[in-house]
Structure formats: structure tokens, C-alpha cells
Ligand binder design. Structure first.
Ligand code: ATP
Length: 447
């Protein structure tokens, strides 16, 4: 097998030597350079599989080198070495296309993992990216752009923030980024931040040591650590309480976690993806989301367009959903009339693809002869903002929180009855995840 070759750029001989030894022990040839000029000369003249560069070099900036590589040798993954705690620079490097960053003092275990992941990425670029098991349907220009963006961001280790309305496919996109990345053989761990009760959140995410608190009867690994070597997807990240935001910031900056009751920090190797349907920037302005965390999780932004911006994809989505539903209910002839598809193609889809799935599922049960027609769709009429009734159902003297809980309880009970107490189906009907529904059932004492 061809030996890999790396370029190490640093003006400190000690760091050059430490990196060289580590790389050579991994059977990688190393060339070193002490400044930008030598580095670009080496890059022009030789073939490299990866590059490490320091930030401050005698004749320039490591960021310039990152930019140079992106322009002239974009297939070479480059990682930057930053001063401890200088996350701003690391974020800038990632935005410019750096694969990852590592901070000084160098942690050799972290470094080795990073090297292994980088080389794997280089190898995968020679073959075509593996086809993921999950599929993003739609041939509209917007979907094509999204697919391209997914492939591009999959090549980086930078945190990605995925935003878009509910039900647009944000989790699907996160999964695809993971599947197309060098981490695809590692775990993909989705976490719905809105579904974990605040008091359990730290122990769920970070894990705990036996005896850390009453009820901690054994060591427990947190969700962050269970994503080791893979991808952690924090869905509804806007729902993280402020004190957890501080802790998450540390995970990103230090690349380590500290379980509750543990005295040491444990190094972690995860890629962070997050999503929300809320406007994070607005939440920052309101003081509900930390600005420093916003910049860390939002290094690369991916917008998932609402379904009404790509109505030409409806037919393909309908065909795929109907085929799946047909299999589920044992009717291979289940179909949708042209008129029904036309009606769907003119609908505004406030609940996006998930709503389309729910509409068709309900219609499949309502329709006669396995043929879904316009009348079976029962679409929600569009409500103009001005038409929304101002008066609420909260009676004077009644607490708003309690009134909202009543409304929520009502909706959940109705969905459960409608689905014969099938929680997965009820969750889909309500447009929430299974975990979130389970949590709410418990919280509202429905069972
Ligand atoms: N382009 C697409 N092709 C195929 N299926 C899709 C597409 N977009 C969304 N879906 C399907 O729609 C449903 C909702 O998608 P997903 O859960 O990823 O949305 P979301 O944006 O994460 O929703 P939420 O904001 O409520 O968490 C899933 O069943 C998903 O498979």
C-alpha cells in the first residue's frame, strides 16, 4: 500500500519534532517547514495526503496557508494548530475550509485520532462517497443544492448548524452528513434537547459516576461519549438551558467531557451537528442563547428549504410515501389520483414533509378502494395572521401555564385515541418525536 505523506508547518522545532514522531509512528512520511514560503514551495513540488499548520508563522499567517491550499490543492485536508483557548481562530480556519483544529499543548491521543480520520477522508475521496441508507428525495434545484452542500460539509469536521421549519428533513440531513463523512463507521447519536427534562440533562448528556447523586447506582455513560468516533446531533439546540450551554461550549473548546461526579476531563472525539426550527440569532439577541456558543455551533450553516419552496418535488415524495404505506397496510395497489396530487401541489404545507406523510397516512385509512382522492386529504385551510382569533381559551384568573398544559394534554389524548395508543404514530400525528411525546406523557401524567 502506498505510504501516506504529511506536511508539518510550524516555526517551533519542538512541535515539528513531536508531530513528526507521532506521524512516523503511524507509518506516515513527514516533510516539515518552518514558514509559509517553504510550505507553499513543498506543496507545489510534492504530493501530500494531509497538512498540519501552526497559526503564527514568521512570514505570515496559518490562515493564509489554509486559503492557499483551498485554492491550489483543495484535495489536501489541512488541520490547524492553535494556541490553547483560541477558539476564534480555530473557527475562522474551519470556515476557510480547514478540516479540523488541535490546540496546544498537543494531546497525542487526540492527535492520533485526528490523523486517522483525516487519512480515511482522503481515501474516501478517491472512490465515490458511499451511498447512505437514508435517502433525500426531490429533484428540485433547491434539493440539488442541498445535496451538494451536504457532500461539501461532510468533508469537514466543523460544527454544522442545520436550520429550517419543522418537518423539513433536518434530522435526515444530519444523518446524510454523517453517512458521507469519514466518521460514517462511527455512531450517529441524535439527541432531542427539548425532550430531556432539565434536571436530567447534565447526566444524560455527560454521564455520571456511581454515587454522584442519589439514584446514581452505577457509572453511566453520557450521550456525548456514546457518539465517540462519530457524530452527535443536537436537535432543537435552542431548548438547551443556559447552564447546559456553558457546559457544551467547554466540550467544543476543550474536546473533552467531565461526567457528573468525575474529577478528570475525558478527551472526546465527536463531530457536532445541531438543528433548530427557531431563529437562533434572534434568541441570542433576546439573551436566551449564548452568543459564544452560537458562533461555535454555527461555523457552517445549512438551510433546509420548506416544502412550499419546492412543490415540484411533491410527486416524487408522494410516490415514495404511498409505496411505503402500501407495504405497511398490505395494499400494493394503494394510489393517489392526479387531482389529489394537484391539490397537494398547491398546498402551503406548514408542517412540511412530515405533514405530507401524515396527510397521506390519514387519507390511506379514509379512502375507499385504496384510491386517495381530493376529499380524503383534509388539508388545513391557510390561516392569515389577521384571522387568528385574538381571544384565547385562558379564562381570567387561570394560569397560562396550566391552560397550555390542558390544551397539550387534550391534543395528546386525542392523538393517542386516534392511533389506538400507538405512541410512534401519535407522535408523528402531533409532529413531534417519539422521545418528546414520551416525555410529555410523563410530565402531564397522562398514563
Ligand atoms: N427530502 C426528503 N426526502 C425524503 N423524506 C424526507 C425528506 N425531507 C423530510 N423527509 C421525511 O420527513 C420526515 C420529517 O423529517 P425530519 O424528522 O428529518 O424533519 P425535521 O426537520 O428534523 O423535523 P423537526 O424540526 O420537527 O425535528 C421524516 O420522516 C423524513 O424522513
Amino acid at each position: 500500500m502506498k505510504k501516506h505523506r504529511a506536511l508539518v508547518v510550524d516555526d517551533e522545532p519542538d512541535i515539528r519534532e513531536l508531530l513528526s514522531i507521532t506521524l512516523e509512528r503511524m507509518n506516515i512520511d513527514v516533510v516539515t517547514a518552518g514558514d509559509v514560503a517553504t510550505a507553499t514551495r513543498e506543496l507545489r513540488n510534492g504530493a501530500f495526503d494531509l497538512c498540519f499548520t501552526d497559526m503564527r508563522l514568521p512570514d505570515g499567517d496559518g490562515l493564509n496557508l489554509v486559503e492557499w491550499i483551498q485554492t491550489h490543492k483543495p484535495h489536501i485536508p489541512v488541520a490547524v494548530i492553535t494556541a490553547h483557548g483560541n477558539v476564534e481562530t480555530a473557527v475562522r480556519a474551519l470556515k476557510l475550509g480547514a478540516f479540523d483544529f488541535i490546540s496546544k499543548p498537543l494531546d497525542l491521543a487526540v492527535l492520533r485520532k485526528l490523523i486517522a480520520a483525516t487519512l480515511k477522508l482522503g481515501d474516501s475521496s478517491e472512490s465515490t462517497i458511499q451511498l447512505p441508507q437514508v435517502k433525500l428525495l426531490g429533484k428540485s434545484a433547491r434539493m440539488e443544492q442541498l445535496r451538494e452542500l451536504i457532500e461539501r460539509v461532510a468533508r469537514s469536521q466543523a460544527p454544522v448548524h442545520i436550520y429550517g421549519e419543522s418537518g423539513t428533513g433536518k434530522e435526515l440531513v444530519a444523518h446524510l452528513i454523517h453517512d458521507a463523512s469519514a466518521r460514517r463507521d462511527g455512531p450517529f447519536v441524535p439527541v432531542n434537547c427539548g425532550a430531556i427534562p432539565t434536571e436530567l440533562m447534565e447526566s444524560e448528556l455527560f454521564g455520571h459516576k456511581k454515587g454522584a447523586f442519589t439514584g446514581a447506582i452505577a457509572d453511566k455513560q453520557g450521550l456525548i461519549q456514546s457518539a465517540e468516533g462519530g457524530t452527535l446531533f443536537l436537535d432543537e439546540i435552542a431548548d438547551l438551558p443556559l447552564h447546559m450551554q456553558v457546559k457544551l461550549l467547554r466540550v467544543i473548546q476543550e474536546k473533552s467531557v467531565r461526567p457528573v461526579g468525575e474529577s478528570r476531563e475525558i478527551p472526546t472525539d465527536i463531530r457536532l451537528l445541531s438543528a433548530t426550527h427557531k431563529n437562533l440569532a434572534a434568541l441570542v439577541a433576546e439573551g436566551k442563547f449564548r452568543e459564544d456558543l452560537f458562533y461555535r455551533v454555527n461555523v457552517i450553516e445549512v438551510r433546509v428549504p420548506p416544502l412550499r419552496e419546492r412543490l415540484e418535488d411533491i410527486q416524487e415524495l408522494v410516490d415514495s410515501i404511498i409505496a411505503r404505506l402500501g407495504k405497511q397496510i398490505g395494499n400494493a395497489d394503494l394510489s393517489v389520483t392526479d387531482n389529489a396530487v394537484k391539490t397537494l401541489s398547491g398546498y402551503h404545507f406548514p408542517g412540511n414533509v412530515r405533514e405530507l406523510e401524515n396527510v397521506l397516512e390519514r387519507a390511506a385509512t379514509l379512502c375507499s378502494n385504496g384510491m386517495i382522492d381530493v376529499g380524503d386529504l383534509q388539508l388545513r385551510p391557510k390561516v392569515a395572521a389577521a384571522d387568528v382569533p385574538i381571544q384565547s381559551s385562558v379564562a381570567p384568573g387561570e394560569k397560562l401555564g396550566e391552560a397550555l398544559e390542558d390544551i397539550e394534554r387534550d391534543a395528546i389524548v386525542r392523538a393517542l385515541e386516534q392511533t389506538r395508543y400507538n405512541k410512534t404514530k401519535a407522535a408523528a400525528l402531533l409532529g413531534m418525536t417519539f422521545r418528546s411525546l414520551r416525555y410529555r406523557i410523563k410530565k402531564l401524567g397522562i398514563e
